[in-house]
Design a protein around this ligand. Structure first.
Ligand SMILES: Cc1cc2nc3c(=O)[nH]c(=O)nc-3n(C[C@H](O)[C@H](O)[C@H](O)COP(=O)(O)OP(=O)(O)OC[C@H]3O[C@@H](n4cnc5c(N)ncnc54)[C@H](O)[C@@H]3O)c2cc1C
Length: 287
């Protein structure tokens, strides 16, 4: 059986909820927001630091407080939110296929709004050489463990990448009793906000090593050390500058990528169909 909806929104983070509220305000009532997590609010549920909402609401809110404003507003507009449900496929004719503990449901939507957020680049994406011990986390995973599960991941920590999430975690892990040995950044400047450099590193005397990277990861079961080195202006490792640093945890804060696999799939199907109808004129996607 296929269930019809005027609008389906994928993702109940602030973007998905804001879109749902606008759709409702514009007179479309049959809106469904689908969220794979058990709670609406998106990634901001784990961002317990403040600074959200300064532009939008004129006050500094924590991530959960900011998300709660949207959840509340969505409730006011009686937006239907289906949590604990993962969208696994969208077809070019806007069928939205989802799974949850009850099984599979197929929706048919007049319009689909994609609001799936983003995720972090991992070690695999940046190909750091070395062994594969435990103790290597992305900053967001570390944030999830510490802020939502009350689990510490280590005592002597190196952070690779000066993105905001890594800077915020440098402060958070210091406050939780870890020694953050240094934040390494391969560029000659940081990618995080100046405010976070001051409030998360300088205020806690955490060294920031610009034009540095990790050239090897060591340890069998648990991370034992990393070897760091300087890089030149075009990112090549400068020979003779490597140095081994003992640590039990490496946190990666090396960029975000859009969470868009299901939309790519949908687009590929659409393009294939167009290609089938006139293969001489239409572009093709690579393999
Ligand atoms: C770890 C991390 C920390 C961040 N910290 C900050 C910060 O401190 N400050 C800041 O300004 N920005 C931060 N960001 C950026 C953040 O993505 C945005 O600020 C904001 O959360 C984006 O809102 P959104 O609604 O687009 O996405 P999200 O809040 O990520 O919401 C997307 C939602 O879509 C759901 N979803 C995804 N795919 C599916 C699917 N197939 N089926 C069903 N549901 C799905 C997800 O579970 C999620 O709840 C952070 C991002 C990450 C990854």
């Amino acid at each position: 059986m296929t269930i019809k909806k005027d609008v389906i929104i994928i993702g109940a983070g602030p973007a998905g909820l804001a879109a749902a509220i606008e759709v409702k305000k514009n007179g479309i009532d049959d809106v469904l927001v689908i969220e794979r997590e058990l709670y609406a609010g998106g990634i901001l549920n784990q961002c317990i630091h403040d600074g959200f909402g300064v532009i939008k609401f004129g006050e500094a809110l924590t991530g959960p407080e900011y998300a709660y404003r949207y959840i509340n507003e969505a409730k006011k507009y009686e937006v239907e939110i289906l949590t604990g449900t993962m969208v696994v496929k969208i077809t070019p004719d806007r069928k939205v296929i989802v799974i949850n503990p009850k099984g599979m449901i197929v929706y048919s939507a007049g319009s689909v709004i994609l609001a799936m957020g983003c995720r972090e680049r991992s070690r695999g994406a940046i190909s750091i050489p070395g062994t594969r011990p435990a103790g290597i986390f992305t900053a967001g995973v570390a944030q999830h463990f510490v802020n939502l599960k009350n689990i510490m991941m280590g005592k002597r920590i190196i952070i690779l990448g000066s993105g905001d999430i890594g800077l915020i975690m440098a402060r958070r892990l210091t406050l939780e009793g870890a020694e953050v040995i240094a934040v390494l950044e391969k560029l000659p400047y940081t990618s995080g906000l100046p405010r976070n450099i001051t409030q998360c590193l300088e205020d806690y005397e955490i060294p920031l090593l610009l034009k540095h990277t990790i050239v090897n990861i060591e340890g069998k079961e648990r991370l034992k050390s990393v070897t760091i080195a300087k890089v030149d202006d075009i990112g090549n490792v400068v020979s003779g500058t490597s140095k081994k640093i003992e640590c039990d945890t490496l946190i990666l804060s090396v960029g975000l990528i859009p969470e868009n696999e299901i939309s790519i799939d949908c687009d590929r199907l659409r393009l294939n169909r167009v290609n089938d109808s006139d293969s001489s004129k239409q572009p093709t996607l690579g393999n």
